[in-house]
Design a protein around this ligand. Structure first.
Ligand SMILES: Nc1nc2c(ncn2[C@@H]2O[C@H](COP(=O)(O)OP(=O)(O)OP(=O)(O)O)[C@@H](O)[C@H]2O)c(=O)[nH]1
Length: 311
């Protein structure tokens, strides 16, 4: 049976295969996505983000267990922008040990930073489409670390959950505004530890500056004890209802599509420059000419663009 057909039938091995093909930028995968694109749009994409060790995996595990017990079909993509590995390598024992792994309603996949130039987020966007066509009701994107690549990945999500931990409080003021702004729902995990309430209060104080009509809720959670999970799911559901009832979900998805489109065009331009017609030689020559003052960088840029236009 063809891959496309297998994907439509919900064959998980076809899903895994297609995601690998997207990571390797194999054209056949994109042909399949193009053909089946009209079947996307049903999955709700939830980003789980926060500093390393905050308990994102544990929390995702609990949230997913709850949702899958309600009969939902779920996919988890764990993205590690710092890892060159993919296909299960980075999650290692953590995922292998999770009993979600044997749950037929849950598909788990890890993705590393294969490729270059922000390859992570683009492969993730492809993977999301495949999982959407596959029929996932929810797709969880779990990212590691706080940085640009994490913010990029959040651009693929409908609702983003920021996971914090007690003790971080002192640093919250120092956390860049941009990072606080990406959270739609905040979880203070490890609330079994001292200082959780204080951390929650400090997050609240920062959020008071938020001018949007959605005020992100801050929930105390103890993921290892399954505490606060129902409440967190409720907040996510409320955020979804808010987005849907105000038309902001469409707005957000348009914004995300715009980021994706610009990324793809950029990628295409880069491939024109470096892959296909080998403009690298020209670039190397012009770089030397710039230093030798034979040409200035602005004219050199125009020269490169003119060459591309002629191709
Ligand atoms: N005390 C306490 N420990 C927790 C809680 N939730 C998770 N942990 C522990 O924190 C550690 C890190 O949890 P993970 O779920 O791996 O954290 P993570 O954010 O996914 O980690 P990275 O993927 O490395 O960023 C583990 O040892 C968990 O058992 C909690 O609610 N309370």
């Amino acid at each position: 049976m063809e891959l496309a057909e297998r994907l439509l039938k919900g064959d998980r091995r076809a899903v895994a295969r297609l995601i690998s093909m997207v990571e390797n930028r194999e054209p056949e995968a994109f042909e399949i996505i193009k053909k089946l694109y009209s079947k996307t749009g049903n999955a709700y994409v939830i980003g789980i983000t926060g500093p390393p060790g905050a308990g994102k995996s544990t929390l995702t595990d609990k949230l997913v267990k709850k949702l899958s017990s309600k009969g939902k079909k779920i996919a988890i993509i764990a993205v590690d922008p710092t890892s060159p590995f993919t296909g299960g390598a980075i999650l290692g024992d953590r995922v292998r040990m999770s009993d979600l792994n044997t749950n037929p309603n849950v598909f788990i996949r890890s993705m590393g930073a294969r490729g270059h130039l922000g390859g992570v987020s683009k492969a993730t966007q492809g993977a999301i489409k495949i999982l959407d066509i596959y029929g996932a009701d929810y797709i969880f994107i779990e990212t590691v670390g706080v940085g640009q690549s994490e913010i990029d990945i959040v651009k693929t999500c409908d609702t983003t959950v920021m996971v914090m931990v007690p003790g971080l409080g002192d640093d919250i003021q120092a956390i860049k505004a941009g990072v606080m702004e990406i959270g739609d729902v905040f979880a203070v995990n490890k609330a079994d530890r001292d200082g959780a309430k204080r951390t929650a209060r400090e997050i609240d104080m920062v959020l008071d500056f938020n001018k949007s009509d959605w005020r992100p809720p801050v929930e105390l959670v103890v993921a290892v004890e399954n505490k606060g999970i129902d409440e967190l799911l409720e907040h996510i559901q409320k955020h979804r209802e808010y987005l849907e009832s105000t038309g902001k979900l469409i707005e957000r998805r348009i914004r995300n599509s715009k980021f994706e489109l610009i990324d793809l065009v950029q990628q295409k331009l880069m491939s024109i420059l470096f892959d296909k017609s080998n403009k690298e030689e020209l670039i190397n020559k012009l770089s030397k000419d710039i230093v030798d003052k034979i040409i200035d960088p602005y004219t050199a840029t125009e020269r490169i663009f003119n060459e591309i236009k002629m191709d």
